[in-house]
Design a protein. Structure first.
Lengths: 196, 381, 161
C-alpha cells in the first residue's frame, strides 16, 4: 500500500498535484458583469446626496449606513454595502461605478442627447416666455434664461416661443453637419439675393 | 431618438451681409486704389474697375478709398427670409496726393482745356499756366483726369487712412469649434478662436466669419436682438395710455421711447423684439399687437403730429412774448411770490406745531400724575 | 527543540484545516458562495481546507448571517464546542455588520464580532468565492502557525502542553 502511495506521488501527475497545492495563489479574474463594490470618483461627485438617499442599508445603533455623505462626497462602508448598485443608478453625474454596470447605468441615467439647447446670453431679453412653455422645468430665468441640459427633453417649444431670433439655439451634437448645412443655406440665400 | 431640427431660417434672420457694388462705372478713372486696398483681390482695374462679387467679403475698404465714389456699400438682410438690400453710409477717406504729372506738350495743343473748368481748387490752372504744382491744394478728386480728352494728366494717390470696424465678439458658450471662421477669414484674424476673440490688429471688420458661424458664437459688436416674426408688433394705444411709463421701465431692449413733446411712451417698431413684457406690465391694457405696417404708419403719424405740435407751441410762445413781454421774467416773478407765501405759511405751521407739542406734553404729565396717585390709592385700599 | 516542535505543530495544523459553516439567519446567498468555494473552479480543498460541519472536530467556524435573537445563545454554545485552536471567519455583509437587516426596524443581534471573537471578516453581499477563499487561506493558516507561540506568551509555563 505504501509503495503504491509513494508511486502515485512520484509519478508526474502526483508530483504536480503535490506542488499545485499551496502553489502561489492568484485571485481569479472576476467574471464579466460582476458587481463589485462601488468605486466613487470624488472628483466628479457633485455632493448631491442622491446615492446616500438611495442606499437601502440604513443607519443602525452601532453601525453607520453603507453610504454616508461626507464633506467631499459619499463615504463607503464596505462591511455594510450589499453591492446592489442603486447608488450608481441614481448618480446624476455618473461618478459611481459598480463593476461593468457603469456602462449600462450611464446609458440609462445620462442618455446621450443628439443636441443641446443653449441660450445666447447676448440676445436673450429675459422675458420668460420659454420658462412658461417648458414642459420639464429645465429653464431658469434670471437676467437671461439658462437651460439645464439634464432636464431638457429637446421639445423645442422654447425655440418656438422665443420672440427673439436666435436667442435660443439648438446645437446638434453633429457639429459638422450643422456647419455644412448652414454654409449651404447661406450660399443659397446669397445666390437668391443676387438673382432677385 | 429625438429628431434634430436645424433652425436655419431663424439663423438667417440675423444675418447681415455687406457688399460693395460698382455704382457709377462711368466715373472710374482707374486710379487703382481700390485694388490696392482690397484684402482678397476681388477687384481688378484695367481701364475701369471690375469687382468680382463672388469673392468680395464686404469689408468696405475699397468704398472708403475710392476718390470718385464709383463704389457704393450695401447691406443685405434677410428679414422674414426675404433678401432686402439697402445702401449703407461709410466714411470716405481723404485722398492724399503723391504726385501730379501733366504732359504739357500735349496740353498746349488742347483747345478747350476742360480741366481748368473741372478743377475745384484752381490747381490745374497753376500747373498749366504757372508751372507750379501745389500738392497741398489738390484734394485728389481726379476730376481733371476724368475730363482730359488726351489723357495727359496723371495723378498718383497714396493709400489713405482707412477705418476698419471693430472685430466681432466671441461667445465661447456657443462656439462648437467647427473652424468655419478659420476657413473664411481673409486675414487669419480668427486663428485664436475659440481660445479668444478675433485679433483686433489683423481683423479688417468684414464680418464674413459672423455670417458663416453656424451658431452665432461670433457676433458683430453692434448686434441687437431682432424679432423672429415681424408681421405683428406691439403698439401703445394712445387713447388708453395714461403715460405712467411702466412699459418704458419694462422694455428689455429700450424700444419704448418717451416722446419729447407729449411725454407719452411710443414703441419703435424696428427696435421692438415682440417679447410682450410691456403688454404684461401695462396697467390699462393699452399695449397690444397690431400689424407692423399699421404700427409704423401710426408712429409716423404721431411723429408728424408732434412736429406740428412743437411748431405750434413755439409759434404761440413767440406770439405771447410779443404780447405780454418775456415769459421767463413773469415766471420768475410768480415763483418768487409763491415762495414767499410758502415761507410764511411754513413759519405759521411750525409755531402751531410747537404749541401743540407743549400742550400735549403738559397733558401727558397730568395724566401720569393722576394715574400714579390713583394707583397709590388703590394699593392702600 | 521546543520551538521546533511548536513550529512543526503549527505547520501541520495550518496544512489541515476543518471548517464548520453556520448560517445564523441570513438569506443563504453566502452559503451558496461558500459552497461554490468547494467546486472545481475554486477548489478550497487543494489548500488542505476541508468541509467538516462538526464543531467538535473543526478548527474554523465560518459564520454567515446577521445573528438573530434565536441564534445568539446557540452561536455562543457552538463557539465553545469548537476545540482550541480555533478561528472564526465572518462571511458576508450580515455577519460583518448586520447588513441590511441591521437598521431601523430590524431585529438582529448585530454583527458576529459582538457575540464571539472574529478573526477575519469578508464583506460583500454575498462575497465572491475568491474573496472567501483568500480570507480563509491567507488568514487562518497564519493564525494556526503562530498559535503555539502566541499561547506560549499568554500562558507562560503551560506552553507546549
Amino acid at each position: 500500500m505504501l509503495p503504491d502511495y509513494l508511486g502515485q506521488i512520484l509519478t508526474r501527475k502526483g508530483g504536480k498535484r503535490l506542488l499545485d497545492a499551496h502553489s502561489p495563489r492568484r485571485i481569479l479574474d472576476r467574471p464579466p458583469r460582476f458587481r463589485d463594490f462601488p468605486r466613487i470618483d470624488l472628483d466628479r461627485c457633485v455632493v448631491c446626496g442622491a446615492c446616500a438617499d438611495a442606499c437601502p442599508v440604513g443607519e443602525a445603533e452601532n453601525q453607520p449606513p453603507a453610504l454616508e455623505m461626507g464633506d467631499r462626497g459619499p463615504v463607503l462602508h464596505r462591511e455594510r454595502c450589499i453591492r446592489c448598485g442603486l447608488c450608481a443608478e441614481v448618480c446624476p453625474v455618473g461618478a459611481i461605478e459598480v463593476g461593468t454596470l457603469a456602462e449600462e447605468v450611464k446609458e440609462r441615467v445620462v442618455p446621450s442627447k443628439p443636441a443641446r439647447v443653449v441660450v445666447d446670453r447676448d440676445l436673450c431679453v429675459g422675458c420668460g416666455r420659454c420658462q412658461e412653455v417648458c414642459p420639464s422645468d429645465a429653464i431658469e430665468v434670471d437676467e437671461t434664461a439658462s437651460v439645464d441640459p439634464e432636464r431638457c427633453v429637446l421639445c423645442e417649444r422654447c425655440i418656438q416661443a422665443c420672440p427673439v431670433a436666435g436667442a435660443i439655439k439648438l446645437i446638434p451634437l453633429d457639429v459638422e453637419e450643422l456647419a455644412r448645412r448652414w454654409t449651404e443655406h447661406l450660399k443659397e440665400a446669397l445666390r437668391r439675393a443676387r438673382e432677385g | 431618438m429625438v429628431e434634430v431640427h436645424f433652425h436655419l431660417d431663424d439663423r438667417l434672420t440675423n444675418v447681415r451681409v455687406n457688399l460693395a457694388r460698382v455704382e457709377r462705372p462711368e466715373e472710374c478713372v482707374a486710379c487703382g486704389l481700390c485694388a490696392e486696398v482690397c484684402p482678397v483681390g476681388a477687384i481688378e482695374v484695367e481701364d475701369r474697375v471690375r469687382l468680382d462679387e463672388g469673392r468680395c467679403v464686404g469689408c468696405s475698404l475699397c468704398v472708403q478709398a475710392c476718390p470718385r465714389r464709383v463704389l457704393r456699400y450695401y447691406e443685405l438682410t434677410f428679414e422674414d427670409s426675404e433678401p432686402r438690400t439697402r445702401p449703407v453710409q461709410v466714411p470716405r477717406a481723404e485722398p492724399e496726393v503723391r504726385s501730379i504729372r501733366v504732359d504739357l506738350d500735349v496740353c498746349e495743343e488742347c483747345e478747350g482745356k476742360p480741366c481748368l473748368e473741372a478743377c475745384p481748387e484752381d490747381v490745374m490752372r497753376r500747373v498749366i499756366e504757372e508751372h507750379v504744382i501745389d500738392l497741398d491744394a489738390c484734394r485728389g478728386c481726379l476730376e481733371c483726369v476724368k475730363v482730359c480728352p488726351h489723357g495727359a494728366v496723371s495723378i498718383e494717390l497714396d493709400v489713405p487712412e482707412l477705418e476698419t470696424r471693430d472685430p466681432p465678439t466671441l461667445n465661447r458658450e456657443l462656439c462648437v469649434e467647427c473652424d468655419r471662421c478659420h476657413e473664411v477669414c481673409p486675414t487669419g484674424a480668427t486663428e485664436n478662436v475659440p481660445a479668444g476673440s478675433p485679433d483686433p490688429d489683423a481683423c479688417i471688420g468684414c464680418y464674413v466669419c459672423v455670417a458663416h458661424c453656424p451658431t452665432e458664437a461670433l457676433k458683430r459688436p453692434d448686434h441687437r436682438p431682432r424679432p423672429r416674426r415681424t408681421e405683428r408688433v406691439y403698439f401703445i394705444d394712445p387713447e388708453l395710455c395714461i403715460g405712467c411709463r411702466i412699459c418704458y421701465e419694462a422694455c428689455p431692449v429700450g424700444a419704448v421711447e418717451i416722446e419729447e413733446e407729449t411725454r407719452m411712451p411710443v414703441i419703435t417698431p424696428s427696435e421692438c423684439v415682440r417679447c410682450g413684457l410691456c403688454a404684461e406690465a401695462c396697467p390699462t391694457s393699452a399695449i397690444d399687437t397690431v400689424p407692423t405696417d399699421r404700427a409704423e404708419r401710426e408712429v409716423r403719424r404721431a411723429l408728424v403730429g408732434n412736429a406740428f405740435l412743437r411748431t405750434l407751441q413755439e409759434l404761440l410762445r413767440s406770439r405771447a412774448e410779443r404780447e405780454f413781454g418775456s415769459l421767463e421774467e413773469r415766471e420768475r416773478r410768480l415763483r418768487r411770490r409763491l415762495e414767499r407765501k410758502l415761507e410764511r405759511r411754513l413759519k405759521r405751521e411750525a409755531l402751531r406745531r410747537e404749541v401743540r407739542e407743549e400742550v400735549e406734553e403738559a397733558l401727558r404729565e397730568l395724566v401720569l400724575r393722576v394715574g400714579l396717585e390713583h394707583g397709590e390709592d388703590l394699593d392702600r385700599g | 527543540m521546543r520551538s521546533l516542535l511548536k513550529r512543526l505543530k503549527g505547520f501541520v495544523r495550518s496544512r489541515s484545516i476543518h471548517v464548520t459553516v453556520v448560517n445564523t439567519g441570513g438569506c443563504n446567498g453566502c452559503d451558496i458562495e461558500i459552497l461554490a468555494c468547494y467546486t472545481y473552479r475554486y477548489d478550497l480543498e487543494q489548500y488542505g481546507i476541508y468541509y467538516h460541519n462538526n464543531p467538535r472536530k473543526s478548527d474554523v467556524l465560518i459564520v454567515t448571517g446577521p445573528v438573530t435573537y434565536q441564534w445568539r445563545e446557540k452561536l455562543e454554545r457552538l463557539y465553545r464546542k469548537v476545540p482550541e485552536p480555533k478561528a472564526v471567519v465572518a462571511v458576508g455583509a450580515c455577519a460583518c455588520s448586520g447588513g441590511i437587516f441591521n437598521q431601523e426596524g430590524g431585529r438582529v443581534c448585530g454583527p458576529v464580532r459582538e457575540i464571539i471573537p472574529v478573526d477575519a471578516e469578508v464583506p460583500g453581499c454575498p462575497p465572491r468565492p475568491e474573496e472567501i477563499v483568500s480570507a480563509i487561506v491567507e488568514v487562518v493558516p497564519r493564525l494556526f502557525r503562530a498559535w503555539e507561540f502566541r499561547r506560549g506568551s499568554e500562558h507562560g509555563a503551560e506552553a507546549g502542553g
